[in-house]
Structures are given as structure tokens and as C-alpha cells.
Design a protein around this ligand. Structure first.
Ligand SMILES: Cc1cc2nc3c(=O)[nH]c(=O)nc-3n(C[C@H](O)[C@H](O)[C@H](O)COP(=O)(O)OP(=O)(O)OC[C@H]3O[C@@H](n4cnc5c(N)ncnc54)[C@H](O)[C@@H]3O)c2cc1C
Length: 393
């Protein structure tokens, strides 16, 4: 684990130190299980039992419902550290804790349903994720119309369709499902419960993030009561309210930076201790190794500085959140691309041994790559930046 843990300059006070310590403890345990879950592509139920028991699942729930109501900045400290132990578990639980933070700020759930669900999280360790992706529509960020359909029936809705990339699907009992409302130019977010008509098809067999259980969720005429319809939005206008800033999505770059940080630690330790008999000392003394380490430090520090400074602004200036959208995208772009570069450099430092499945670097190399396919996508971030620059005159 990180030698920098104790002197992380992004930790500003005692509360943040406690949150970091909680995540470090969990990460240390998860790191021991990560290789086997990755190898088998198994869902880490053991990690989630620990997360529940430690109170991690309620970190972002409002205090009025028994949660800890931590800020975005505090959440990122926890998530980044968790990912140093196991990226797949951090990304998976990140959707839940991130979304609970989002719902707390955006407050688009019907009050009573929201209060009930928050209590479910606090009292029973319930979790949630949002299932929007589909094979035909691809990334929901592109604005395609969901093929999953909601048809009105007595007292509620019947939902049918298939969601891809359904992270956490092996463990969830509640899902927020995006569906087109039949006969209307509207889409709805429906709170679906595990039950008749709901099944998980185990399609997730990928090179990276193998232990996220991101299988297909299949819905066949699943009944959702009227009161479990969370909201309806006009097609193409979902998530565009002023209080719906996607700050919560910073759990994604925090995760990939956590993986990069762990790769960095591994490589630095290796450089300090590996002493081939062709050299008088460790490879850490060699100029080309120090050059690689220097590049890693530059990329990691730049990315973390950007991540935490934008999160701090997001927390402190609610009126600025809508305008921060470009910076939020920039954080994701810089952090995930740098994370890929950092893991690559860490492997160059370690050399051929980095390819070994008995070391964690090759898993980090595969896991970190998934960041490119989480939102927002690189082309959208760059287009946004370009359009802002072109508008300047
Ligand atoms: C580990 C992991 C976990 C995930 N978890 C979840 C989850 O919990 N819930 C969820 O809903 N989703 C989840 N996703 C899915 C994710 O949000 C994307 O929907 C998914 O990765 C597909 O995105 P894509 O860009 O590859 O697909 P597509 O949108 O199909 O794009 C494929 C290619 O076509 C291009 N393209 C397609 N349409 C356009 C367009 N309109 N304009 C420009 N270019 C276009 C893209 O740039 C890309 O090159 C997860 C993904 C991963 C990798």
C-alpha cells in the first residue's frame, strides 16, 4: 500500500483522515481477494459484505435518514483509496455511493419514495445502480431512445427490455431503469425491484473490470407501481435541470487514479528493491528509471490536483455547478488517459515480470483501460472544449 498514505496533501482535516483510514482498511482486504475474482470473473460478494458492515454504503445518504452525508470531495478520497486495493469493487460501489450523492443534491425522486429508499440503504444495506445502456442505443450519453419500453397498465407500468453493462447486477435488489414511455416522446426512470420477470444473463466476460458483474439485466413485463416511477423527462432533455450537475460522476476518474496510484506504488517499491547482479545498487539509481518515475509523478499529481480542486469548487459553490460541466469532463478525460499512461510506465519500470499473472500490474493494465468507455467519452469532452474555444470571439 501507499507510503504516501500518511502525508497525502489532499487530506485537509480529521474527518477526511478518518474516511481515508476506513477506505484504506477495506482496500487492504480487497487487494488480497482481487486476483481471484478477476481470474474467475466472479462477483466479490465478500467485499460487499465488508462494505455493508463498515457503513460504507450509507456514506452519501443524507443525515436526516441516518446516513453520513459526506461531500463529493470526501467521497473521492474514499473511492480513490478503495481503488488502490481493487479497481473493480471501487467502480462498482462507486455507482451506488455516487448516485446516492447525486439524488441527495438533485432531489428529483418523489419525497416519500426517496425517504423510504434511503432508510433501506441505512437499515438493510440496499444498493442501487442506474441501467441506461443498451446494445442498440450504445452509451446513453449519445441521447438515443431506449428500446426498453414502459407500457401503462392498471396502477402502474409493464417494463420490457434488456440493459447491457448492468454493473452490480448480481447483488442488486433495486435498479433505476431508463425506459421509453410507449406512445409518448418521453422517457422514464423507473425503480424496478428484483422479482417476477427480472433476470440477470451472465454476459460479462471482458478483459478488464471483470469482477464488476456488469451483465445484462433482462426485463419481461415487469410490473412497476405508479409510485415507483421516479420521474419522466422529454426525450433528449433528461438530466438537464440546473441542479443535475454530474459532479457525482467524478467517482469514475477517482477510481482510475486509484488504480494508477497502486501501480505507481508497486513500481516505485520494485525500483527501490530490485538489484540485478549487473548493477552496484537497485534499478532506482538508473537515470532512465528515475525519468519514468518522474513522468508518473507529474501525471499523477496533475490529475489528482485537477480532480480534488474541481470537487472542492463543486462542493463549495452550488451556483457554479452547472458551469463546471466542462471542467468535470476535463477531469475525467485527463485522469483516465493519464491513468492508462501511468500503469503503462509502471510496467516498463518493472520490465518483463510485469506481465506475470502472479503480480497485480497486468490486472491494473486491463482494468484501467475500461475508463475510456465510462462517461463522458473523450470525443464529447474534446468537442465541448473546442466549441467553447471557438465561441470566444
Ligand atoms: C466497466 C463498465 C461499467 C459500466 N457500467 C454501466 C452501468 O452501470 N450502467 C450503464 O447504463 N452503463 C454502464 N456502462 C456502459 C457505458 O456507460 C457505455 O454505455 C458503454 O461503455 C458503451 O459505450 P460506447 O461508447 O463504447 O458505445 P457506443 O455508444 O455504442 O459507441 C461505439 C463507438 O461508436 C461511436 N459512437 C456511437 N454513437 C455515437 C454518436 N452518436 N456520436 C459519436 N460517436 C458515436 C463511439 O465513439 C464509439 O467509438 C459501463 C461500461 C463499462 C466499461
Amino acid at each position: 500500500m501507499s507510503t504516501r498514505k500518511a502525508i497525502d496533501s489532499f487530506i485537509r482535516n480529521e474527518k477526511e483522515r478518518e474516511i481515508a483510514a476506513l477506505a484504506d482498511r477495506l482496500a487492504e482486504t480487497f487487494a488480497k481477494r482481487a486476483a481471484i475474482h478477476d481470474q474467475e470473473g466472479s462477483f466479490p460478494f465478500d467485499n460487499f459484505a465488508d462494505l455493508k458492515q463498515s457503513g460504507y454504503l450509507k456514506l452519501t445518504v443524507p443525515k436526516e435518514f441516518g446516513g453520513d452525508e459526506i461531500s463529493l470531495y470526501e467521497l473521492l478520497i474514499a473511492q480513490e483509496r478503495l481503488a488502490r486495493g481493487d479497481g473493480a469493487t471501487a467502480l462498482s460501489v462507486g455507482w451506488h455511493v455516487g448516485l446516492m450523492l447525486h439524488y441527495r443534491y438533485a432531489r428529483f425522486w418523489p419525497e416519500e419514495l426517496y425517504a423510504r429508499f434511503c432508510r433501506e440503504v441505512v437499515e438493510n444495506g440496499a444498493m442501487i445502480n442506474h441501467f441506461a445502456s443498451e446494445r442498440a442505443t450504445g452509451s446513453p450519453t449519445r441521447g438515443g431512445r431506449p428500446e426498453t419500453k414502459a407500457v401503462k397498465t392498471d396502477g402502474g407500468w409493464l417494463i420490457s427490455g434488456r440493459k447491457t453493462y448492468s454493473t452490480l447486477s448480481p447483488i442488486l435488489e433495486h435498479y433505476l431503469v431508463l425506459a421509453s414511455i410507449e406512445g409518448r416522446d418521453e422517457i422514464g426512470d423507473f425503480l424496478v425491484r428484483k422479482g417476477p420477470g427480472v433476470s440477470v444473463e451472465e454476459t460479462w466476460n471482458t478483459m478488464g473490470m471483470r469482477a464488476t458483474g456488469s451483465h445484462d439485466l433482462v426485463l419481461e413485463n415487469v410490473f412497476v407501481a405508479d409510485e415507483d416511477l421516479v420521474r419522466v423527462s422529454p426525450l433528449g432533455k433528461r438530466g438537464q435541470q440546473p441542479n443535475e450537475s454530474p459532479g457525482w460522476q467524478l467517482h469514475i476518474p477517482a477510481c482510475y487514479l486509484g488504480i494508477a496510484f497502486a501501480a505507481r506504488d508497486f513500481a516505485v517499491h520494485f525500483a527501490r528493491t530490485y538489484r540485478p547482479n549487473s548493477l552496484p545498487g537497485p534499478i532506482a539509481d538508473l537515470p532512465h528509471i528515475q525519468h519514468q518515475i518522474g513522468l508518473i509523478e507529474a501525471e499523477l499529481t496533475t490529475s489528482r490536483t485537477l480532480l480534488y480542486s474541481v470537487a472542492d469548487r463543486w462542493d463549495k459553490n452550488p451556483e457554479e455547478r452547472t458551469a463546471l460541466k466542462t471542467e468535470l469532463g476535463l477531469v475525467k478525460y485527463v485522469a483516465t488517459n493519464n491513468a492508462i499512461q501511468i500503469v503503462d510506465k509502471a510496467m516498463r519500470i518493472v520490465g518483463g515480470a510485469s506481465l506475470s499473472r502472479s503480480l497485480p500490474l497486468e490486472r491494473m493494465y486491463r482494468d484501467v483501460r475500461a475508463g475510456l468507455h465510462n462517461p463522458p467519452m473523450d470525443d464529447a469532452v474534446l468537442r465541448n472544449l473546442a466549441q467553447l474555444a471557438l465561441k470566444e470571439e
